[in-house]
Write a protein that binds this ligand. Structure first.
Ligand code: CA
Length: 236
């Protein structure tokens, strides 16, 4: 089981690709490099990588496209490496299927912690998939909202709500601990799998905002996803 994990680096800037490769090696990972989007997608589809580090601005095919096309076939965890802060919203909002992101310039320690957390979480998901018998009784009903963990489905007044994976997981976590407020840090740890300060709390805020836009009648006056001043978020 102690087989080396293999990371695919999709990055056109040689310096960054080399820096990533060097640090992955130092941390006991194997790596593979693709220097444009087309090659990245090809390698990602053909290989058995444990995680993909994906740049957004790439020749031939951009990172958004690579991620979307990959998700049609595979669930390999993807961490987007982006140079631009303002793209964070786009990454989290569009359902391109990315699991996480870091912005350049990034700290190697943070990146390594994220890689580890994402690989670990992915491995747990595969193992912990509940059997249908176990999850039969687990539907969560809060007024007009129904969360069905078996189908990964959320409906509001009977209408299915289209959520990204993380939006779903955050909502389900809060709903199964109804009325209990969580800090952003706690949510990063419980829902995203990050420890200590390695996560970015804005990720939580953005995801909450998206959820409100999708679920609430009036997102500025939420009835489900509440803010507990000075603490964090909860579901009422
Ligand atoms: Ca680039």
């Amino acid at each position: 089981m102690n087989e080396k994990k293999k990371i695919l680096i999709v990055e056109d800037e040689k310096n960054i690709a080399n820096l990533l490769a060097f640090n992955l090696m130092q941390n006991g990972y194997d790596f593979d490099i693709a220097s444009d989007g087309e090659m990245g997608l090809k390698k990602a589809l053909a290989g058995d990588h444990d995680l993909i580090l994906l740049d957004l601005m790439l020749p031939k095919m951009d990172g958004f496209e690579v991620c979307k096309k990959l998700r049609e076939k595979k669930t390999t965890p993807v961490i987007i490496v982006t140079a631009r802060e303002e793209e964070v919203d786009k990454i989290l909002g569009f359902d391109i299927g990315a699991d996480d992101y870091v912005t350049k310039p990034f700290s190697i320690n943070v990146l390594m912690a994220r890689i580890k957390a994402n690989i670990r979480r992915y491995a747990n998901e595969v193992i912990e998939k509940p059997t249908p018998e176990q999850s039969e009784e687990q539907k969560i009903v809060i007024r007009d909202m129904v969360i069905d963990p078996e189908k990964y489905l959320v409906t509001n007044k009977g209408t299915p709500i289209s959520l990204t994976k993380k939006e779903y997981e955050l909502l389900a976590y809060l709903a199964s601990n109804r009325n209990k407020p969580f800090t952003r840090e706690e949510l990063l740890e419980q829902v995203w799998g990050y420890e200590d300060f390695y996560g970015d709390i804005r990720t939580v805020d953005v995801t909450i905002r998206r959820l409100r836009e999708k679920l609430e009648l009036d997102p500025s006056r939420p009835e489900y996803l509440m803010t507990k001043r000075g603490v964090g978020y909860y579901i009422s």
